[in-house]
Design a protein. Structure first.
Length: 397
């Protein structure tokens, strides 16, 4: 993904920083549109994955909507000129101020997660003399077979309305005159690599649709959420995830009613591979059974490994560049050196990888932590009073 010229430029920029390859982003979006347009599917980008203006500008230009989970994300989408009729707003804990902001901006749909939330949105809509379009987020009790912290569609999770509550919800809705039920919403989890989980979701949605049809309730929109995974282990082998298989599966297994539209909310699959965290080696330190590479980036810049034991491929770009190896070839092969790659933060969990095979590494080498464009920069923090991490874009270096 990086040529020699780019790596040499990295050496002149203060580290750590996120590097975004906008060509990779555009190619990803091109493929996404091509495959979703085949079936007339509507895609919303989940801003929570990465909400940088430069990234959002490009995403919006592909005529993609916005999926938001906070009032500030709705605000950001509005400011970045996503059309209000392309904005959806989910989340188990929407505050009154957030709901009011979304009502004032006439967003397309609130994805509602509880009975009480429906009552509150209705009350606030009444006081503004407005109607709010809502979708019921239903917990489908489908296992996403992914990390437990990013599983959302099981009964034990806090998300969505459980199936056994539907009867009460539908009856209550009859009395909430300023709400208009326009859809059903589902989301089973994130980083899902097993497409079988999405098939299970489709089959469950079909059953739930039957339930609504048997009560003569017309549903115009089915929103199946996001969750499509990416290849963290070999990013260069799959820079663009398999959108063709993903969308085909929904086309094959979801039974749509006449005029129904399908919506998706993808985050990771759109932005993960275009982003890389670039860092410099501060020190090499000998441990008891290992050597440590101490980077100038830590869990404050990329929290996923500390939080979910997530894997990000680690590459020594300096040695790749000087040996003029093909960057996509495995680095350090044959020299048998293994390092624990850690950050500078005062926490033992501040570790990006244990016993990582690398070429001999020295102070000053430039490292890449790959596949960091989604849930990387957005989850960074100022813990230890660290400076906020910067972003560098491929069209500006
Ligand atoms: N829709 C809803 C309702 C969601 O909760 C999410 C993600 C998405 C869409 C987008 O999912 P995606 O296509 O990106 O998988 N911080 C975690 C991921 C949390 C995902 C939360 N919800 C991580 O770093 O892996």
């Amino acid at each position: 993904m990086f040529n020699k010229e780019t790596i040499n430029k990295f050496k002149t920029i203060p580290t750590p920083f996120y590097y975004y390859d906008l060509e990779v982003l555009k190619q990803t979006l091109q493929k996404l549109k091509e495959e979703s347009d085949k079936y007339g599917f509507i895609v919303h980008y989940a801003l929570k994955a990465n909400a940088n203006n430069a990234i959002l500008e490009i995403i919006k230009s592909y005529n993609i909507g916005a999926d938001c989970v906070s009032g500030n994300e709705v605000k950001k989408a509005v400011e970045c000129n996503f059309k209000p009729e392309h904005i959806v707003f989910a989340g188990v804990g929407k505050s009154d101020a957030e709901i009011n902001y979304a009502l004032d901006n006439d967003i397309f749909c609130f994805n509602c997660e509880s009975l009480q939330e429906l009552e509150v949105i209705n009350e606030l809509a009444v006081s503004k003399n407005k109607n709010a379009s809502i979708a019921l987020r239903i917990n489908p009790n489908v296992n996403a077979n992914t990390h437990k912290y990013i599983t959302t569609g099981l009964e034990e999770n806090k998300f969505g309305i459980n199936i056994w509550e539907l009867e009460t919800v539908v009856n209550t809705l009859k009395g909430l005159k300023n709400l208009q039920l326009i859809g059903l919403h589902f989301h089973i989890g994130s980083q899902i690599m097993d497409l079988g989980s999405f098939k299970s979701l489709c089959l469950r949605v079909n059953e739930i649709q039957n339930w609504f049809a048997s009560r003569n309730i017309t549903i115009e929109n089915i929103n199946v959420g996001g969750g499509l995974g990416v290849n963290y282990h070999e990013p260069d082998a799959n820079l663009i995830t398999d959108f063709a298989a993903y969308f085909k599966l929904f086309n094959d297994f979801l039974e749509l009613r006449p005029k129904q539209k399908i919506h998706f909310e993808l985050g990771r699959a759109i932005t993960a591979q275009c982003g890389t965290l670039i860092s410099k080696v501060l020190y090499i330190k000998k441990g008891v059974n290992t050597n440590f590479v101490i980077l100038d980036a830590g869990m404050t810049e990329l929290m996923r490994p500390a939080l979910y034991q997530a894997y990000h491929k680690i590459e020594n770009l300096t040695s790749a560049c000087s040996s003029m190896k093909n960057i996509s070839a495995p680095f350090g092969e044959g020299n048998g050196l293994k390092y624990d790659v850690v950050g500078p933060i005062c926490e033992s969990s501040d570790c990006f990888g244990k016993a990582v095979s690398l070429p001999e590494t020295i102070r000053g080498d430039i490292f890449a932590l790959r596949t960091a464009g989604a849930y990387g920069e957005v989850m960074s923090s100022a813990y230890n009073l660290r400076d906020r991490v910067k972003a560098v874009y491929s069209d500006k270096i």
